[in-house]
Structures are given as C-alpha cells and as structure tokens.
Design a protein around this ligand. Sequence first.
Ligand code: 1AL
Ligand code: ZN
Ligand code: ZN
Length: 501
Amino acid sequence: MEHFVWRVLPLLTILISLVVFFYLQDSYRAHLHPLVKFPRNKCSLLPHRHFWITSKRIVTPQGIISGSVEINEGKIISVIEGYSKQGKSKQEKIIDYGDAVVMPGLIDVHVHLDEPGRTAWEGFDTGTRAASADLLQLSTGGVTTVVDMPLNNHPTTVSKETLKLKLEAAENKIYVDVGFWGGLIPENAHNTSILEGLLSAGVLGLKSFMCSSGISDFPLTTIHHIKEGLSVLAKYRRPLLVHSEIQQHSKKHLELNDKGGPRAYLTYLHTRPPSWEEAAIKELVGVTKDTRKGGPLEGAHVHIVHLSDSSASLDLIKEAKSRGDSISVETCPHYLAFSSEEIPNGDTRFKCSPPIRDAYNREKLWGAVLEGHIDLLSSDHSPTVPQLKLLEEGDFLKAWGGVTSLQFDLPVTWSYGKKHGLTLEQLSLLWSKKPATLAGLESKGAIAVGNHADIVVWKPEVEFDLNEDYPVFLKHPAGFFQMLVSLGHNKRWEVAAGIGH
Ligand SMILES: NC(=O)NC(NC(N)=O)C(=O)[O-]
Ligand SMILES: [Zn+2]
Ligand SMILES: [Zn+2]
C-alpha cells in the first residue's frame, strides 16, 4: 500500500487522562442478565470509591450542563448543575475536567467476540481491551459495555448450556461489561423450553439470520421460525435482532462476468442488491404488525441490524414504526464512512454483508440518522483471521464478510458525524441511551442518578496523529483506521482540520 504521510485527523482525541469508569454491577439482575462483570481491581485509573467529577459539558438526558457528577461505589448518586467547589472539604475527591465532554459510555450491541471456539478471530481479552482501549495511550475506546453475538464462537450460543460455556470463557478476561444475545435457529425455534431456558438464563434477547451467516452451525431462519421465536420473546418482553437479507435469485453470469471479476468490489456489490434487504424487511413488517399494543405478539420487538439500504428498506421500517409496530433499526460506522466508489479492487477488508453501497446511499443514511429514523449505531465488529480475508488474492466473492471496527466507534462516528451536523446529544442517544433500551439495560446509557457510573470523558475538538504505531488492541489490527488512511480520508480532512503538519 502506498505510504501516506500521516496527517492529523480531526478524529477526536481522548484525553490523556481520559477516564472511563467501570464498576462491578453488583446489584445487576444477575438472575436475568448474567452481565459478565469488569473486575474492579483492574480499574486502576481512579482508585476512589466516592468522588465528584466536574465539567462544563456534561451530557445528561436533560441536555448539556456545566456541573458535577457524584459517584459512590460505581453508582451515580447526584448530578448537579452549576456545581461549585465551595463547601467541599479538601479531602473530598474532585476531578475537574474543564470543558471536556463527560458523557455516558458507549454501549455496542453488535459485536462478535468469537469465544469460545474461534478465539484466534478475536476473543474476550483483545476485544474488550479494544473496546475500552488503553486510554492512557491517547487511544480511542470509550465503549463501556458490549453485547456479544451468539455466532462465530463455537459452539454457537443457542441453549442455556452453550451460554454457560460462553460465561465460563469470559470470566477474568474482560475489560468492559459484557452482555449476550442468544441465537434463534431452526433447531430451537420450535422448542419453547430451549428458548425459555436461554432467556431465563439471562440472554438480553435473540439473534437470527434470514440468509446464510457464513457459519455452518448458525443456519438461516425463515419468517415461520421468526414468528415462533417472537411468541416466546413476547412473554419476556425481549427483542429479536435480525440480519435482514433474503437471497434473491442470483444472476450468476452477472457476478462473474462483471468486467473486474471477483477482485472488483462492484462484482461483489452487484451480488447483494438492496432487494435482498427489502425482501427480508418486507416479510418482517408483515409480522411486526402483531407487536402493536393489544396484538398477539405485544411485548416482542424486532430490531433490524446493520441496515445498508437507505431507500425502500428504510421506507418499510418508517411505515411500520408509524403504524405502532415495535421495530427499530441500526446502522454501522462503515456504512456512514465509506462508499462503494472508493473501495479499491481486491481490498477485502471492506467486504461485509449487506455491502457498503454508494455515496448517495451513504448520505441518505446520514440523513436518516440525523432525523432519528435510524435508532442507534453499532459496530458489527466481525473480525476473522487474516487468511480468511484472502487479502492476497483479493477475491471479494470468497473472502470472509465482516469489518473490524470495535475500537474506533467513537472517533469515526464523531469525525464524520460532526460534518453532517451531528450533536453531542444525538451521539449519546445513538451510542448509549437507545442501545441500553434495546438491550434492556435500564441502569445504563445515561448520566442519571441511580445509574451505573459508566462514563467517557473526551475532547471532540482536538485531533491526533494517526500513524503506524497507533495502539490498536484488536487481535487483527487490519481495521478501521488503516482502512481510513488507505482511502486517503485523512487528506480530505487535512484541509478541514486547518492544522499545520
Ligand atoms: N457471521 C457473521 O459475523 N457475519 C457478519 N458479517 C458481515 N456483517 O459481513 C454479520 O454480522 O452478518
Ligand atoms: Zn449480520
Ligand atoms: Zn454481525
């Protein structure tokens, strides 16, 4: 790859003293949500148990305030506007962050950590370390909770027994709080006791694919399986997350006769047109009508993961919402950052499903994010071992689909978002409040009294250099930042940044 002169990027800088508070969630409803907990003793940045943090920009549900947040034993016990140090005895621990932004930690509800079974792909240790990132190294991070997907790990998490294997694998290997989705597959869709076993063992909801997942022990479900799953989910008032693509008849000749062949990104793009997403979402909204108040599936919720099509598919979701269906949708930073026109032939790091579409589609996705039609953001961090990405051959049709991005959720969203007018309040809704609501994590997602003190402190206006020794904690660093630089996105921002080099 051509060597770029590394430029300052208007990516946000995480304060050197950035502090992310992780605390044991003792009171967590363990019987329902076995959130695997970040051990307190590992959080050495702030050894205080009772302290105040002050800032001129604290993002709260009531807006941005200048004031203080009081924290005791990992819980927020007061949020005071217009706080002043007067009256505080000197031994009280007050950490003043000036005008840095204090906001709820990010909650990434779509992460594939691949453990047990495929730890070589990621694993709890590197994945959750990247989520929090080693903040003292001026890195990124800011993710205080991740919810792990039931596939790419082996065995897949499709029963209370396999959930137990996951919990055991995660113990003492995590740097942030971790929740879990269970898997809905044909084998358990009609077995109410297996699904109830999963849900009462504490998964936060279920996940299914309407097309091939690329993983043999996680087969696709039809709308009939989905209806069965939703009838159990209604009882627990939990969501079903759906990979919403249904394979349409593929014009084989088109795929391979595209002038670029399998190395051309367009060849891959043409194999998964928006009609795949539209077909799946059309079937789903035919079922979500029953989730309305008083409907036979009231209490169940359908969440469309990683939407890429900003046209017909999004229109179907908007219509369903307007009719009162219990449905929500996410998109991911890679759909908001990149466009098909700029993806180099052979660079299979950009392969994911549904595919990254053109710039017009990306701008429409941004519009939907800013207008609130897209409820939340997630990374869909779906890494694999380098050899399965086929980076040498660059065969988009055979390479593993999935983007490596977990460590970069915040800087990438903000750096592109601020150019589209994204506000800090919107950022906090998209990455904290709404994901907490989807996952049923009532004590997370906002800086509010009684909530967990999961907090990220950062400075949106400051920039940092992106260079080869940038600390990437993911197991396979060929991830987002390298993709950004390989497309020269830094050059475009250089002017915007207006910073000398
Ligand atoms: N098995 C996977 O992780 N697949 C993932 N792959 C992508 N998104 O390309 C996904 O989330 O669908
Ligand atoms: Zn998916
Ligand atoms: Zn995924």
